[in-house]
Structures are given as C-alpha cells and as structure tokens.
Design a protein around this ligand. Sequence first.
Ligand code: BGC
Length: 765
Amino acid sequence: MKSKLFFLTKVIALILVVACTQKTEIPADQKMNVFIGDLMNNMTLEEKIGQLNLPASEDIVTGQATSSNIGAKIKKGKVGGLLNVRSVEKVSVMQKIAVEESRLKIPLIFGMDVIHGYRTVFPIPLGLAASFDMDLIEQSARIAAIEASADGICWTFSPMVDICRDPRWGRIAEGAGEDAYLGSSVAEAFVRGYQDDDLSKNNTIMACVKHFALYGAAEAGRDYNTADMSRIRMYNEYLPPYQAAVKASAGSVMTSFNEIDGIPTSGNKWLLTDLLRNEWGFDGFVLTDYTAINEMTEHGMGDLQTVSALALNAGVDMDMVGEGFLTTLEKSLEEGKITQDQINQACRRILEAKYKLGLFEDPYRYCDSERAKNEIFTEEHNRIARETATQTFVLLKNEGGLLPLEKNGKIALIGPLADNRYNMAGCWSAAVNPDELITVLEGFKEVAGDSTDIFYARGSNITDDPELDKRTSPWNSRSYDTIRSPEELRVEAIAVASKCDVIVAVMGESSDMSGESSSRSDISLPESQKQLLEALLKTGKSLILVLFTGRPLVLTWEQQNIPAILNVWFGGTQAGNAIADVVFGKVNPSGKLSITFPQSVGQVPIYYNHKNTGRPLPEGQWFKKHLSNYLDISNDPLYPFGYGLSYTQFTYGELVLDQTHLTGDQTLTASISLTNSGNFDGAEVVQLYIRDLIGSNTRPVKELKGFKKTFLKAGESKTVTFTITPEELKFYNYNLQYDWEPGDFVIMAGGNSRDVKSAIVNWEK
Ligand code: BGC
C-alpha cells in the first residue's frame, strides 16, 4: 500500500513538473534530476544494487551462465534490465512484473545484440564499412532501431568499434576494420542511426559502444586474450572510434574481456574513470561484458567480492549476467571497500538512461504489437537491405572483364555456399529468421530470368573435417554432408560444370567461422573448397569466385589462378539477390576493403598505416639484407586497405594543391580529377591520405584523412576536392597532447592506400 501511494505521488510529481514546465520552462536535465532524486530517496540499498544487475534471459546465450528465477528477482527489485529477450510478448510479460509487482515499479531496460540489422539483416559491419558510405550505414542502423524497438528492445549492444589488425580474430567481422579514421566515421554513423535526435521516441534505441577497450588487439588473434600496447599507439590508433561514438552521444559503454596495462578493463579505473569520464566527458552508464566481473577472478584479481568492488571502484555501473554486484556489494559496503555514493551514482546513471528512453512515462513504450506486425521485415526494409549489400561487395580481380555476366547461356553455380540459406546472414544476427534469407541460387534465378539456364551442384563441404565443423557451430552443425562423400560431391560438380559456359563458384567461410570465439590460425579457404576450385579450373571453363568471408583471407593462390573474384562478406537477408544484382551487372561494384588482405598469415599484423622504421624497404622492392623485410615473402599485402575494382576503369589526374606554403589556421584545398574511362557507369571511393614527414615522435607512412564516394557516368570526369585544415594534421604526441606540429606533409589521393598521387605542402604554425 505504502509503495502504491509512493508511486502515485511520484507520478503526480512528474505530471506537475511537466505542467509547470510549460509555463516556466524548467530545463529537461533539472526535471530528470528532481524525478530521479525523489525516486532514489525512497529506494533501499538492496533496490539500488538491483538496478545494477543485468541478467540474461535464456533466448540467446553467449557465455556460460544464465540467471535462474528471473521473475522472482524482478519482483524483489533485484533486476535493472534484461538481456536478449526476444519479442514484444516476452518483453511485456517481464515489464509487467517490474511495473506491477515490484515495490517501486521501476521499469526494466531491455538490451539486445542488434549488430547489423534486426530481422531484416544487413551485411556484417566489416562489409558495411567497405561501402565507405556513411549515410547508408546510418540508414541500416536506423532500420535496425525501428525493427528492434517495434519488438520491445530499447537498447542495443552496438556499435562494436574495436580496431583490429589481426584477421585471425573472428570478431574482426563485427567491427569496421583496421583504420581509426574510417572506424570513427562508422561509429558515429551507427550511433546517429540508432539514437536519432531523441532517445525517448518509440522508434529509437540507446547505443552501447563496445568493447571498451582494445579488444581487437588480442594477442595472436586469440579471442579474450591479453592486449598490451603503448599509450601513444592506443590514443592515436585504437581509441578514436570509441571516443567518436561517445562524442556522438552514445548512451552507454561496454567494457571488454581483455586487460590493459595488466588490469582487466572491467576493473581498470584509469580506463573507465580517468579517460572515459574525466577526459572524454562521458555521462552515460558503463556496463560490463558478459560475466566480465566474475572473469576477473580467472585473471587472478581476487575472489568475487574483491573483483566486484574493484569494478565499482573503477567506474562500472552495471554488471552483465555475473551477479557479482548483486551478491557482494552490500558486504563490501559494510566493510568499507566501496561507498554509498558510488552505489548511488551507478544507480542514478541507470535510472537516467531509463528516464531518457521515456520508460518512466510509459514502460510499454516499445511494446506495441501493431508496430511489431507492421514495421519489422517490411518490403521497404528488404529493398534497402538489398541495395546496401550491393554497395559492400569488393571486386578483387576481374581478368578480361569476365564480370559482369550476360543473362544468357548456361551457368554452373557450384559450391557449399551457393544454396545455403543458413550461412547468408553472417555472425551475430540474433533476430534473424533463417527461412527468410535469400540464397545465391534463388537470387541468380530471379535476376537472370528465363534466358539463362542455371545448374547447381554443392561440390564440397565447407570443411571436410566434421570435428572442426562441430566446433564452429556447436549448436547447429550445418555444413557437413553426412550422406555423400567429398569425392561424390566433387564428381557431381565437375559433371555440372562441364556442360556449362561459365562457372560461378560460391565458396568461403561459414558464417560461424567468424564472430565470437571463432579465431582461426589458418585463414585460407578450407582445403575441401580449394580442391574443388582446382578441379573446376581443370575443366578449362571461365571461373568466377564469389567469396563469403567474415575476415581477410589469404587468397594468394586464388589471386594467381582464378580469373575473377568478388568478395561478398556476409550480405544479410538479401545476400543472394544482391550478389546476383552485381554478378549480372545491374549494380557496378564499388566497395573498397576496410582491412588489408595479407599474402600470408605470417605477415600478420599487417596494416597500411604502419611506421617507416629505421630500415625501411624502398617501395616496389623485395629483399635487401639488413632492411626490414622477410626472406621468404615481400612486405606487400595481397590487397591493400582501400582496394577494390569496378566494372569500369577510373583514371586519376595529378593531385593539385591550391597552395604549397601555409601558416596557422589556413585551409588547404587538394583536388584531383577523376575520369570514368571505361564502359560502365560507376562509383569510386576517392581516398585522401596524409603523411607527416617529421614529428617529435615517429609518424605513420600515411593515414586516411578523408574519402568521397563519387559517381560518374561512363566517359564523365569530375574534380574531387578535399579541404584540409590543421585539424587533419593533429595527433597525440609523446605527452599525449593532441596537436599538430609544423613542417612538411605529403598529401596523397587515390583509389586505394597503395596507388596514390601525391604532392608536398609546408605548413608552419
Ligand atoms: C559479447 C558481447 C555481447 C554480449 C551479450 C558477449 O559474449 O562479447 O559483444 O554484447 O555477449 O550478448
């Protein structure tokens, strides 16, 4: 009764505050503070700690633990939110318990991994980044937000912005690749798409930037492994995308599983408080990754009580799944290991997020079953997903203009991914309905129409190793053919290929070969598929490889032997249609690699913005004794960052600077003429790179500082112009001050990070 009265008073207070505002315009923040202050005055310690607890539902599990008895805990006020609950019905049931049966009726916040779309799945983030089209990425996140919020979700654990230079790491698929500048632009685009301009709208969701920080630098590409690097590298090369997401107002931040400077990030005060809050001014809330507090005991940081106190002291506000906060913070408070203020602050931050999402005004704001029926997986969303996917594909090779194919004759569509519905979406597509995914075979039939005969054969398993297959997809082993032997599959494929005019081999990784806990030490095409490719080559027919992958693969043999290679990552719901659109020339590919592809896994880590070293190998050369190189392989990547071909050709003119000596805050204009000198209309991503020739610490040989995706009709020319200010010259120096230093700079522009036109400018302070 007492609690009912209290709740009523609060609602009246809120109404009064709103009413008063209309006359006196009380600032929104002040209103929120009053509301939350009143609420917190009535919360017990146990209820406050309850807000810091984020248990998992059993719908989607990524770690070892789930929480039992969730309903009972919600009633007792021991739950702040729930993780990965799927559907309006389930969300409503849980929310009802919170707002009708708990003492203070505080609504729950519902979070989910909405990573590259919801039920309408977009390409994996590594692929989205390859579009170099920020409007498109923002739009994909907007659609993801519309669909997720129509299904009860108000918070996504995205964007994942971990810079990664090691393709052995499976989670490279979830991020934007190796570059801090591109990664920052992508991070902002995702946040804008999710949150739009008002979090309280029923079709926006709160973003959560993750995994803070340096998770992508896990040693040897082994998931959850140690990361260790200098501050100067951290600040210049790894931290910018997190900071960009924070600046774009991401409402929450998730810690990572790795340690930094010997302290796991969930207990790292420097990271979560000094840097994130004090330097960057982050004012949202911090949650841990799945059981990351508990895992600090494995890291060797102490028992559960110790590591939970460590996390709160470091600046964690919410504990995902592990319940270390729930079960130990009271004791730590009694023992003086943490303070009441710290609990209050964490609780306040979570309540603020709920307030901003509009949950206090209407706990069922995101639970509209009409919206769930009408706004999820719409025709329009699918149309956009198809268009988006076409923009992410990267044409790696196209000898003799083999692509695009004409819509006639006989096409052999061969390979374990050619008619494989379950592997189209890519990792982390939790809300996908696999039956709705479009296969390549279906796409080919739809796009090529009746004038083309398409013959399909599977040809091989994704891998011939059933144990590897099981490890890859422990819940749902999908790719191993238990009925026909590899030999039988291959014989059938060769027979099909032999009667056709051209072979399109659809091969690569399964979607579970990348993503969480999917590190690989051998990043080449699985042997079963390599053998099939060799056999197909022997038929003497024209051969095109359509390659599915969640990471850079080593494709040295393929580059040498296969005439045409189209890299399609994992394209989402409309993958099959989008691939057919590009293969048959309805869309001219324009994607550029968001990450370097090595010649050999032995070159890893390999990235375009490396340092020069004291013994650099001159460009174009291979081995010279006592220079920085390998005996057995050149330093070159197979495909450099920013690389990607088109069905047309683009010719670059010389780079023209409007001045060569500048001072202070002047602005430099760099222009380059671009001509579509081929026979197809198409888009080219013109990239701007800068090298700071002399610095107070060593500087990379080049850094991406701008890009412009430019559409040109066949035969058309345009001048592409970049405006450069001292802002583009800034970096973190040895003392971690962010500034630029006077001197000479090489300005470069081109169609990838290797093939650039350049000019030198002198810029004094
Ligand atoms: C992953 C996170 C994810 C979380 C919740 C963890 O295992 O590392 O990226 O958000 O699970 O599903």
